[in-house]
Design a protein around this ligand. Structure first.
Ligand SMILES: Cc1ncc(COP(=O)(O)O)c(C=O)c1O
Length: 408
């Protein structure tokens, strides 16, 4: 596998992976990615060389900090083909979606309105809409998933015919791996007069994302899955919508003027960034984007696709193992979820952990999808740029141990 060989040196750039010295295989990047050294260095440099608050002081240190912070925003916006004004820093993807639900949703969704989600959404793109719909007396409906882990687009069309206010869809499923046709879904949503929100949490680190092509009104993602630090996420929004929307959280930094009774709001994107920003985290995320770009997202995608195709072929040989999601590896992101007949995924995960294989087990914050799959939980192996087929070797050997220990 040439792409795998070409990227093996990348593993040395991840301190946690390098420190492990090959003693474990990290197959849990869909939960959180490991952090490459240049990202850690960028944050350390902020703390050791340019630490100051941003958008406050006019002394040189504060100006440098502000330039680094806004430079990171510009890098992120350019990479995904957005604009800095439409690139809002949040705490994570959950906070980004809540911003949309609370600011746009509570002011635009009314009694009897319809909100359409898909059955494969993460809880972070379900629960905020349940809360808004309950408060506003609106209805929530779901597009279901077929046996191959794909969305039923005929069902989407039937729901669109009812004129929903919003369609929310995950770009890459964190359980099935499905890469959804989000540009097509957004196009259909717009034709029906709906606003479209895409959850790109798994997509941004795995596949090339061009926000102009997708055309979503809102696109949310999270830094810690994209080789960046924890504590930072991003919401890209359509400028005219963001300008009309009321602020979500009030306080410092998001205002233009404050009187005793009322205030006016700062320009975009700061209107939605109340309080002292995640300065080091934004700088770290900007460095993560630089790092990804230096490798090339197309190369990362090719490498991970090859790994997933290889893993799927080998997992198919494991007795009693059933995979969820699209059978075609090309239709997937960098992950495989599976169940082993007669074994609870928790036991599978624990035995694999003892064998040095780090996988995620559980419902993956997708309980409606789990019900559809007829499972309480699954085991998920997810790949990143530092993985190689040696990690899959260890997974397959570990599953052999699971089968022996549990006498399956
Ligand atoms: C598809 C998807 N959406 C949203 C999230 C939530 O991300 P965060 O917890 O960083 O807000 C996750 C995290 O697992 C995810 O996989």
């Amino acid at each position: 596998m040439t792409t795998t060989a070409a990227l093996t040196d990348v593993a040395a750039e991840f301190p946690v992976i390098a420190r492990g010295g090959g003693s474990f295989s990290y197959l849990d990047s869909a939960a959180t990615s490991q952090t490459p050294q240049p990202v850690i260095d960028a944050m350390t440099r902020y703390y050791t060389e340019t630490r100051a608050s941003v958008h406050r002081g006019v002394y040189p240190l504060a100006v440098q900090a502000t330039d680094l912070f806004e430079g990171a925003r510009a890098t992120i916006a350019r990479w995904l083909h957005s604009s800095p004004e439409e690139t809002i820093f949040t705490a994570n993807a959950t906070a980004a979606i809540n911003l949309v639900a609370y600011s746009w949703g509570r002011s635009r969704i009314g009694p009897g309105d319809l909100v359409v989600l898909t059955e494969m959404e993460h809880h972070s793109n379900i629960v905020p809409w349940q809360m808004v719909c309950a408060e506003r007396g609106a209805e929530l409906a779901y597009v279901h998933v077929d046996g191959d882990g794909l969305l039923d687009l005929d069902e989407l069309d039937a729901l669109l015919a009812r004129g929903p206010r919003l369609v929310g869809v995950v770009h890459v499923s964190n359980v099935l791996g499905t890469v959804n046709p989000v540009a097509e879904i957004v196009r259909r949503a717009h034709d029906a007069g709906a606003v479209a929100l895409v959850d790109g949490s798994q997509a941004v680190p795995q596949i090339p994302v061009d926000l102009r092509e997708i055309g979503a009104d809102f696109y949310a993602w999270t830094g810690h899955k994209a080789y960046g630090p924890t504590g930072i996420g991003v919401l890209h929004g359509r400028r005219d919508l963001l300008e009309e929307m009321p602020p979500f959280i009030g306080g410092g930094h998001m205002i233009r003027t404050v009187g005793e009774r009322e205030s006016t709001w700062a320009d975009l994107p700061w209107k939605f960034e109340a309080g002292t920003s995640q300065i080091a985290e934004a700088i770290g995320l900007g460095a993560a984007v630089d790092w990804i770009e230096a490798i090339g997202i197309d190369r990362i995608r090719a490498h991970e696709q090859a790994l997933v195709a290889d893993a799927m072929a080998r997992l198919a040989e494991v007795p009693g193992l059933r995979m969820h999601g699209p059978a075609d590896p090309a239709a997937r992101g960098a992950l495989v979820s599976f169940v082993l007949d007669g074994a609870h995924p928790h036991d599978v995960g624990e035995i694999l952990g003892r064998e040095g294989v780090c996988v995620r087990t559980g419902h993956h914050c997708t309980q409606p999808l789990m019900r559809r799959l007829g499972a309480i939980s699954t085991t998920r192996a997810s790949y990143a740029v530092h993985n190689t087929t040696a990690d899959t070797d260890r997974l397959i050997e570990g599953l052999g141990t699971v089968i022996r220990v549990l006498q399956l």
